[in-house]
Design a protein. Structure first.
Length: 406
């Protein structure tokens, strides 16, 4: 057993992120949090000498973070397509191991992989779950559904008709994915694609959702176009990724669609990483996107803020693995959500902890420092509710109660 002594605890319970300054004890046993109470309630355990004491000192203690949108099989280089088109399965697996461990060392204890090349991510997920490799818990979609030659076709699963899409969902579920990822719109990083392309019609999207939900799987949609957003909302998707409200003339935010998202409890992950920090010439995924990228960045901030103000649940993700977007920079995304989208620091922190866990269906396991949840715990020097950049350098990370090698 271990007993953490915390003087600055941010448990992220009860829908709030606030600091508890009372000396608190967090008792850990077999990888789970057994009790969280005032420190003086643990006198018996402390006297018995049967617990390892971890004194957090002046560090702030909070749940391990959840990066709810990344791509472990992407290289995060300046030209990730070179690797995506060229890597064999063994190289992809090695690349994912490195990326996952970078995430963990940065304080991210759970990740949702939003589309991988091939299916070896399921082997990595299971290896980590069995404790045979240090890494974050992985929620894996495996290969995303896309049309022939469509966005992320290099991942390996192309399906065009309603029948092909239904069969793809069934195959992915048979292989053991955690959820289904659909490229509803085209994308910006795939040659020959475009984010204004609507890849699947409403009937096909409804069929995908039906098949996935019948098997207990959530459905996530990569979507940029207004028509794509409208169709994904109507089809009953669980989360929308990016959600740009894009038209040929620019962004066209629709209040009525945001209201439907709120009513149907459809969350949005804007997936804003370095592509929204760097200047367009470094951020744009392809050379032909440089001219429009500055305006696109600004429109993404504006539409995401509008959804946030409308009460749509926002969860945080980096899109790590894409161009120049590293796997240890979640703090940049969180700070961006505060500075550019104008989310409160409290909401930003919840978007990467308890709120994200709830949206992803794992709120009973992670996302808060609370009895019964996994002992995934982060220690940082400064208060992240004062400055989110205080999350940049962890002092200690516990994954299921075990110290991570930093």
């Amino acid at each position: 057993m271990k007993l953490i002594i915390a003087r600055h605890l941010i448990p992220c319970t009860g829908g709030r992120a606030q600091v508890t300054e009372t000396e608190t004890g967090i008792l850990i046993e077999n990888g789970l949090i057994r009790r969280v109470d005032r420190l003086d309630a643990f006198e018996e355990e402390r006297r018995g000498g049967k617990v390892e004491i971890i004194d957090a000192g002046d560090n702030y203690v909070l749940p391990g973070l959840i990066d709810a949108h990344l791509h472990l099989s992407f290289s995060s280089s300046a030209q990730p397509l070179d690797q995506l088109y060229g890597d064999d399965e063994a190289t992809v697996l090695l690349r994912m191991v490195r990326a996952a461990q970078m995430e963990l060392r940065s304080g991210v204890t759970t990740v949702r992989d939003s589309g991988s090349k091939g299916m070896s991510i399921l082997q990595l997920r299971d290896f980590i779950r069995r404790g045979e490799l240090e890494g974050p818990d992985i929620l894996a979609a495996g290969m995303p559904l896309t049309i022939t030659g469509g966005h992320c076709n290099f991942c390996g699963l192309e399906c065009d008709s309603r029948e092909e899409a239904v069969k793809a969902v069934r195959l992915l579920c048979k292989q053991g994915v955690d959820y289904i990822k659909v490229m509803v719109s085209g994308g910006n990083m795939t040659p020959g694609s475009d984010s204004l392309i609507d890849q699947y019609d409403l009937d096909t999207l409804k069929a995908i959702v039906y098949e996935a939900h019948q098997r207990g799987k959530k459905v996530s949609g990569h979507v940029h176009s207004v028509i794509g957003v409208e169709n994904a909302v109507e089809a009953g998707f669980d989360t929308l990724e990016h959600c740009s409200f894009k038209t040929p003339e620019g962004a066209d935010y629709r209040e009525e669609l945001a209201a439907k998202m709120r009513e149907k409890h459809i969350a949005v992950n804007p997936a804003m990483g370095k592509a929204y920090v760097l200047p367009p010439e470094e951020a744009a995924p392809l050379p032909d996107k440089v001219a429009m990228w500055g305006a696109f960045q600004k429109s993404r901030f504006d539409t995401t803020e509008a959804m946030y103000r409308a009460g749509v649940e926002i969860i945080a993700g980096t899109d790590a693995g894409c161009k120049n977007t590293k796997f240890d920079e979640f703090y940049l995304t969180l700070n961006l959500l505060h500075e550019k989208v104008h989310m409160t620091k409290e909401d930003v922190l919840l978007s990467a902890t308890a709120r994200a866990a709830g949206v992803l269906g794992i709120g009973h396991l992670v996302g808060a420092v609370e009895a019964g949840r996994q002992a995934d715990i982060l220690f940082v020097k400064g208060n992240p509710l004062d400055n989110l950049l205080n999350l940049k350098q962890p002092e200690m990370v516990l994954k299921r109660g075990e110290r991570v090698r930093l």
